[in-house]
Design a protein around this ligand. Sequence first.
Ligand code: NAD
Ligand code: MG
Length: 403
Amino acid sequence: RAMRRVSLLGATGSIGDSALDVVARHPDRYAVAALAAHRNVAKLAQLCRRFRPGIAALLDRDAAHALERELAGDRLPTRVLAGPSGLVEAATAAEADTVLAAIVGAAGLEPTLAAARAGKRLLIANKEALVIGGAAFMRAAREGGATLLPIDSEHNAVFQCLPHGYAREPSRAGIRRLILTASGGPFRRRAVEELANVTPDEACAHPNWRMGRKISVDSATMMNKGLEVIEAHWLFGAPVEAIDVVIHPQSIVHSMVEYADGSVLAQLGNPDMRTPIAQALAWPGRIESGVRTLDLASLAGLSFEAPDLARFPCLGLAYDALAAGGAAPVALNAANEIAVAAFLDGSVPFPAIHATSAEVLSRTPCAAVDSIEDALATDAQARRLARSILRLPADAGGVALAA
Ligand code: NAD
Ligand code: MG
């Protein structure tokens, strides 16, 4: 059994923590080849001392210099890299066979795409990269010979419920639909008129999952589920009408696949990202993840309800964008990133996230997106539009939301 050498993009975040927890349980099977993040010097230094990677990369150049100085006396095997090219090197280095893509937002696209082109075993948490890259990303992964393994919990659940050797053709596999579950987030029962006054901390107080702030806000608007519908479309080749969403507040059933004969296969587990991460790391095998046994008898119940699109209009927007295709999903993601960053820093109220996303979507011309360059141009245009709608400065937010 070969040792896998893992490059972790987004090492200082929530997914980074869960991934390193799993890796550390199996020192005989996984080594850390590279760690990459935005600018958290103290945390990356601590991780370098513990995991001794060959590469540590920070996007922020000043932070990278500080990391180099910080590690100078430590006799580590670690080369410190800086800037976008440093992230790409961390994603493509020969010393890593496995890349875990867990940078938040569009900022993760370039290194994640580079790992796909380099033919890595690619574990994807960075859903925004898939939404922006779309068909061009999937083509690059195929041409590069990459193995894509989803670790977003819903997509990991679907992946586990698909037939062996599934080849992105739902009807040939007898699949009727994919059913993504959603918790409904912190505002599932909040009076809709109160949403105008909710704070970033309230929006980030997810009932079942501890996550980074951007995805937590996306869960509160259910834009997260909308992005996941688009993610499922690209990963599994499912048409928009074959992807359903159901609210399941307990987050125990992580998603389902319904087959032509009426069978519905589900994947269950405690809500803990170490399960999908461990599944993807070890696939097609299985390893311990540290997640406690699911105690079915102590669950009060599992409930399901249809999502209310009046309460969660962002979910409807994402369906519309996917149905429209081309530039629409890319523009939606970009507008959402700008608006969420502005909400998190207190410049705009919560309902502005939907209002801005809807306006950007309606003002984005229908256009085909045939390449990554097309997608990046659409992304940049939509960001400009979102900033002008929100009267934000030209350099406001959107990519650097985290640690
Ligand atoms: P987080 O905010 O906790 O961590 C983000 C990581 O990305 C940090 O290491 C940060 O340094 C890095 N980063 C941010 N901007 C960067 C930039 N410009 N360049 C380089 N690195 C940058 O976020 P998270 O919750 O860990 O989520 C990461 C990704 O995984 C997101 O795309 C999210 O949608 C997805 N995801 C997360 C969860 C979860 O449970 N946290 C579940 C499913 C999917
Ligand atoms: Mg998810």
